[in-house]
Design a binder for this molecule. Structure first.
Ligand code: 1CP
Length: 319
């Protein structure tokens, strides 16, 4: 999860000379990069190589992914007129998503039974990039707009929900067996802001795949106070970041919801006995939930030794 591929030398070789978004939209390359960690680590599922801003790009937004920075917009979306211009781009037509559908279909065929997880960014996280113009710490401009012009904010997040929902739907229709919605930056919101100004658009995004029968995972960071609200937008599984123990997350969710998580990425660089004890603890705490998908509590740092990841998978399979 989270730019996981960057720790692999074979990823860096495959990406050499190709801009990130071009790589995402080249089906054979996106498929090859998706398969790399499955081959190397023997994980039980793959996550499609793409990015949460791909549907924005396909809708016509001026966005690129700058190396070492992340998604950067040509201009920030700050005013009612800016949002109107965005909405004029219209929804994302299925034919605009051909490169995504083709990449997924190639990948599913090559995986031969190992499931593929499709994903998309949630409307708040996408709006945070659009309004800020790029990565930011506290998403101040986005949260200002939310309160100073709630109508424009709702128009923006509804547009984002439809664009990202179409991206997710294309992946599932092309063969992805589960769908993950990343609201990575929702942790900068309090519960009342989340419920009033964000949850409706997230429900709208997931609504795009409601008829397709795949399980929906919903993940955010710093969202320990939002877990129930994030489930209630229509998720089947809650992804938990590294800040909250899984037994406590399960308690907060009333013992009803499968969990995904939450090995602390910081410990990937710790001595093996420290990391091993942590992984065992994560698995033990996760066993309190109705089901548990083991993964990281956020992304793999690019400098991670990939052999450590292989060793974690072996350990978890043994458990
Ligand atoms: O992990 C994987 O490789 C799977 C594919 C994947 C996924 C699931 C990529 C490829 N991006 C994402 C999701 C994504 N992208 C999220 C949600 C998950 C999370 O919280 O990290 C977010 C917030 C982004 C935005 C983004 N794209 C960032 C973060 C910037 C910030 O604000 O901190 C970055 C660095 C990117 C670029 C990116 N996306 C993916 C890769 C492999 C890369 C790195 C490109 C490179 O340098 O090679």
């Amino acid at each position: 999860m989270r730019q996981a591929g960057r720790s692999l030398p074979e990823y860096r070789a495959a990406r050499e000379g190709t801009a990130m978004l071009d790589a995402c939209l080249t089906p054979s390359l996106a498929s090859e990069i998706t398969l790399q960690p499955v081959r190397r680590h023997d994980v039980d599922a793959a996550i499609f190589f793409s990015d949460i801003v791909v549907p924005l790009k396909l809708a016509g937004v001026d966005v690129e992914i700058k190396p070492g920075v992340g998604p950067v917009m040509g201009s920030a979306v700050r005013t009612k007129d800016d949002v109107a211009r965005l909405r004029d781009l219209g929804p994302l037509a299925p034919e605009s998503l051909a490169a995504v559908s083709d990449g997924v279909a190639l990948t599913v065929a090559a995986l031969g039974g190992t499931p593929l997880i499709g994903f998309a960014g949630a409307p708040f996280t996408l709006a945070a990039y659009l309004v800020e113009g790029g990565p930011s710490r506290d998403h101040l401009a986005a949260r200002t707009l939310m309160h100073s012009d709630p109508v424009t904010w709702a128009e923006l997040t509804d547009w984002a929900a439809d664009v990202t929902g179409a991206f997710l739907r294309a992946q599932v229709l092309a063969g992805a067996s589960a769908a993950q919605l990343f609201d990575s930056w929702a942790g900068s919101l309090g519960l009342s802001d989340y419920t009033a100004h964000v949850a409706p658009a997230s429900a709208r995004a997931l609504g795009h795949i409601a008829d397709l029968g795949v399980k929906k995972v919903h993940f955010g960071t710093g969202t320990s106070e939002l877990l129930g609200a994030m489930r209630d937008v229509g998720a089947d599984v809650i992804g938990v970041d590294y800040r909250l123990h899984l037994d406590e997350a399960n308690r907060r969710l009333g013992g009803t919801t499968p969990l995904q998580g939450n090995i602390d990425p910081a410990l990937l660089a710790a001595p093996w006995p420290v990391l091993e004890a942590h992984v065992r603890d994560v698995v033990a705490r996760g066993s309190s939930a109705p089901a548990h998908v083991v993964n990281l509590g956020h992304g793999v740092p690019p400098e991670t030794d990939p052999t450590v990841l292989t060793r974690i998978v072996e350990l978890v399979h043994g458990l």
